[in-house]
Design a protein around this ligand. Sequence first.
Ligand code: NCD
Length: 318
Amino acid sequence: MRHFISITDLTREQAISVLATAEHMAGTQSRSIRKLPTLVGQTVVNLFFEDSTRTRISFEAAAKRLSADVINFAAKGSSVSKGESLKDTALTLQAMGADAVVVRSGSAGAAHLLAHAGWIDQPIINAGDGAHEHPTQAMLDVFTVRRHLRPGEDRAGLDGLHVVIVGDVLHSRVARSNVALLTLLGARVTLVAPPALVPVGAAAWPCEILYDLDEALAAGPDAVMMLRVQRERMTGGGFFPTVGEYARRYGLTADRAGRLPAHTLVLHPGPMNRGLEIAGDVADSERSVIVEQVASGVFVRMAVLYHLLATDAREDTR
Ligand code: NCD
């Protein structure tokens, strides 16, 4: 692995290998000294053109736990807002001695461009590019599901599991990366959304698409992943009639959650709109692993940085 841009670049073996490393990283994080010397002397740059709290902090924590130095480059207030191009930004980062760049952008393909345009030689990690992909989010979601439903099986995939992903699929890079990773690992995926929030072309994805949430939940899935309604991307409006109508038809209410099998997990990538796509009581319930997802994020990002930057890992995973 040279970069971490898209789940579609990974083989099943590589995905499982990163998950196994994340499991190992998790083990190190319950020790009294949590810092590992793995990336001493290396610098990780977080280049964020879009707002983010948990993803940026998670990458920062992951890099620091591996003893890397971290530079946070928020594009708002930088020369990028004065019109500096992605190319000039890349050349600046290279000149500053970045050993890896974590990039989040509102434009699909930004991470790919940075990795392959030839401006910069360092590994690039995609922390979300427009509505395209968010591969480390999918890795942390799968890591969390696997810990609960395939515990202790280090090399296991998700064969035989059924995952339902619900909501604003159209604007969701989380959904795209998850469909790719869950199916790569053998899970069956059902997407549920109002018709206006299903992307053109989704019929060709390796999953089933339903418009009725109760029908999807009646199948007794092993995990239900709720997506945030991304109102900031809904310019033009008209995606659903009213907020109340959306919550009634597509929200995970306490009543709906109460009809799920006892083992079914509830996930959400955050930030949540409590009372819209998910009821507050459900988000705080026993079956919710939403807070655990945040912890998993640090382990998975430590694993990705390890695979891309640690000299011993580079030898065996390339
Ligand atoms: C997601 C994102 O930014 O794509 N959040 C995250 O990474 N924690 C999902 C979202 O914003 O809805």
